[in-house]
Write a protein that binds this ligand. Structure first.
Ligand code: ZN
Length: 145
């Protein structure tokens, strides 16, 4: 394992063990549930908006380490972003996992979420890594007219 891979694994471990994003928001504007029957992952994501900006996010649920860490990292990455920025980041993350986007410059906007890059080599884990991001994508589609 090289240094970069090790760093990626540490980020994933860190987030799957420390659940500081796993809580309930006092006042959520939106909530969306996501379910991955292949693995049994279930999450619920809450979002609080301030105008066009994602002011706060949190999640609850259970599942494998990859699904839970991916949700937590996504929250760190999208918090403070506008909806338009969030859509772009979500698209980039999905593109990275599906190996459609490989350009490092383009992946920079993912911040820590780039740690999931190697999940694209683990077909059984792809749905786990994408669950939160697809759930967030659905929430934006439903509520963003
Ligand atoms: Zn899973």
């Amino acid at each position: 394992m090289d240094d970069v891979e090790e760093m990626y694994n540490e980020i994933i471990m860190e987030h799957s063990m420390n659940s500081y994003n796993k809580k309930k928001l006092d006042k959520a504007d939106f909530e969306e549930m996501g379910h991955n029957p292949n693995c049994g992952d279930e999450i619920s994501i809450e979002v609080k908006m301030n105008g066009d900006v994602i002011e706060d996010m949190a999640f609850s649920g259970h599942g494998c380490a990859i699904s839970q860490a991916s949700t937590s990292v996504m929250i760190d990455t999208l918090k403070g972003k506008t909806v338009e920025e969030a859509k772009d980041i979500i698209k980039t993350f999905i593109g990275m996992i599906k190996r459609e986007i490989k350009d490092d410059k383009e992946l920079e906007k993912l911040d820590e979420a780039i740690a999931f890059k190697n999940v694209s080599n683990m077909p059984a884990r792809v749905k786990c890594a994408l669950l939160a991001w697809h759930t967030m994508e659905d929430m934006i589609k439903k509520n963003n007219k």
